[in-house]
Design a protein around this ligand. Sequence first.
Ligand code: FES
Length: 594
Amino acid sequence: MSTNNHSKTAPKNNPQTGIRKGLTRYGDTEFSLFLRKAFIKAMGFSDNALDRPIIGITNTFSDFNPCHGNVPQMIEAIKRGVMQAGGMPMVFPTISIHESFAFPTSMYLRNLMALDTEEMMRSQPVDAVVLVGGCDKTIPAQLMAAASLDVPVLSIPTGPMLTTLHQGDRLGACTDCRRYWGKFRAGEIDQAEIDEINGKLAPTTGTCMVMGTASTIACMVEAAGLSLPGTAAAPAVTAERFRLSELTGRRAVELGKTASEGRFSPRTILSPEAMTNALVVLHAIGGSTNALIHFTAIAARLGIKLDLEHFDRLGRDIPVLVDLKPSGSHYMEHLYEDGGLMGVLRELKPHLYLDCLTVSGRTLGEEIDAAKVTKARKVIRIASDPIYPVGGLAVLKGNLAPRGAVIKHSAASPNLLKHRGRAVVFKSLEDLALRVDSPDLDVTADDILVLQNAGPKGAPGMPEAGYLPIPKKLAQAGVKDMVRISDARMSGTAFGTIVLHVAPESAENGPLAIVQDGDMISLDVEKRLLQLELDDAEIQRRIAALEAPAKRLNIPKTGYRHLYQTTVTQADVGCDFDFMVPSAHGVVPLLKGN
Ligand code: FES
């Protein structure tokens, strides 16, 4: 058989597509193509293969990333789909980030992954790209890249893990990691039992199977129309995950062939209306606070300002409809059994922009109508019988957080949502680790724990340390929750009355930096207020007495940490590098009828 047959779909004379795209500069374009072909033929490719639309597939497999353990099998399925549709799949590696294998934090590396992914997509000849992501920061990084570059992409998550049982109790990563760790710290279970649980919390590959950040992002991306219907919830190890991968590969070829029309470019798909649909879903699923930072960053790269107050107003009309941990009781496999995200979107139809085009080629409304209806449902509630009457997240303002702070009130203790207490202040993560369990710590259950210097610049990398542990002596006395305030983030899997993302952060000399032991703080979630009970003059006097931020931070003069700490933005605008954000912002429109 000849290896020089040219495909009917060959884009061979179009310099903007396929193997001819983005030729390496040698000063002679024909020579550049000649050389490129000569090298790729070393891998055994024929001219027939090289003349097809090229579909890039990001390989985010890593031995350090168990959430992506199924990526090799997904890639095989995606390649199969690409070839079925007449395209040429080309797999290329990018940075892969796992939450527990990223020092100092995964957030510190998100922007680096976005840069890497963007430049790899820009510099290699791809007509469309399948973005295989999953673990918390990976899909946001990929979408930030896609938003900046505007090449057609389909996102596909690796999918959630399955659960297992411990003594009849269903458990999974990582709401139950924290629940059982809390029991261990309180002395309710012993070392042998916590060791046994440690081997059960993540029983398969895939992402955390509660409504943590990974599941939240997967749902929001499906709602925004950048992944195919059904891709958010199908568990990582099911046949459905691989069938969806194959379908995604097939669809990517269509996107590649029509790339020049721009119909399916990220900037077209991720319209302000589509982003609003994603935010509606964030409220309705009781999703992760982290998602707000990530979507703010993605929106900013699209020139859209995601206004925190608009997001908060949106939540006052959207009930939490999904009974998943940490806001509810179940897991992603149950959402899958209930029909996945499309089942949730059906209940949310009056709140959604149904005309938004998705990467499937159909509108969101058409996809919802085409999705199978599951009658006997376990976790998806109807609007008249919600898990929580209003959206899962609230945005707080006040003199302690002039640019905002966030609380996941659907996962908080109702009796603490209005609370006044004495501040017990930890100056840093190190200070927290040193003193929180000290028997001498002056703390009661009514106090408010405050953590400083854990923000984007201060930590650096805004660690998921906002879930401050309950001081051991209180935990042992049965205290399960306290109000906690910081400029850090929190895992989407965590539960508690926890105020996060305080902006400006303390390392930037925001008011959080001047809180002292014994100061009184009041939290009123209904009124969206977070107040330090000091008068303005005293606040200004204390801020003026602080050292300049640049001096306190001691930023190195070289390396990635220099780049990060000198350019990362605050939580309310997405923690992106400031040089990646276009200066002119549009505004995400208000929800229909709002
Ligand atoms: Fe990867 Fe939770 S650690 S999704």
